[in-house]
Design a protein around this ligand. Structure first.
Ligand code: PGA
Length: 227
């Protein structure tokens, strides 16, 4: 099972050093990825993979405020998140997502591509066609692709999608792609056991419940008890 921690805009370099140390002391061979803020990237090797919440599709250049590939390479970062709803919400367009996807694919990055509907689409029963349209932009056969289904109404709300919904949506996405499929949206230590049993679910993308290293480890351990 894959465990991803999206630290979002939390943790300084100092606090992330402590976070990394706690994880490193307890992890064994679990498949764990951590996405710290880019200002907190650490040098060295860990028992988890360090990954990027965001990047600009260029090696370097005149792109004020952006993080290019050179800056990721410096920390040996080989995994990037694209399409998170919080980035879409601040204006990242489908065109920009496509450019990021194509760049990351060309450079061989592992891509965690996030898709998910808002509450209105969900209530109207239009989730599947919406997700299909979000997937039109990307190469679903890319070998290093992971797709994360993250319903917006479940992110940071404590309102996880039911296992019936997750199961149904992941089965639907499976029709288009052989990639590993993740679920994200208020995953926590309590609901991880149920989520880990869903057929096409290869792992979870965790926000809030991952920000404290010990809490994240507890979540991982609860899932492991089920496997
Ligand atoms: P959450 O965030 O676990 O706090 O709902 C998930 C995410 O945004 O990836």
């Amino acid at each position: 099972m894959i465990f991803m921690a999206n630290l979002k805009c939390n943790h300084t370099r100092k606090s992330f050093e402590e976070y990394a140390q706690i994880l490193d002391e307890s992890l064994k061979d679990e498949n764990v990825f951590v996405f710290p803020p880019s200002s907190a990237f650490l040098e060295g090797s860990f028992k988890f993979k360090q990954a990027a919440q965001n990047f600009y599709p260029a090696k370097n250049g005149s792109f004020t405020g952006e993080i290019g590939q050179d800056m990721l390479d410096e920390f040996d970062i080989k995994t990037v998140l694209i399409g998170h709803s919080e980035r879409r919400a601040i204006g990242e367009s489908e065109e920009q997502l496509k450019a990021k996807f194509e760049y990351a694919k060309k450079e061989g990055f592992k891509i965690v591509y996030c898709i998910g509907e808002n509450e209105e689409i969900f209530e109207k029963g239009k989730t599947k066609e919406f997700l299909k349209s979000q997937l039109e932009n990307i190469d679903l056969d890319y070998e290093n692709l992971i797709i994360a289904y993250e319903p917006i109404w479940a992110i940071g709300t404590g309102k996880t999608a039911s296992s019936e919904i997750i199961n149904d949506v992941l089965n639907y996405i499976r029709n288009f792609s052989k990639s590993s499929l993740l679920y994200g949206g208020s995953v926590n230590e309590k609901n991880i056991a149920t989520i880990s049993k869903i057929k096409n679910c290869s792992g979870v993308l965790v926000g809030t419940a991952s920000w404290d290293a010990k809490a994240f480890l507890k979540l991982i351990n609860s899932a492991k008890e089920m496997i």
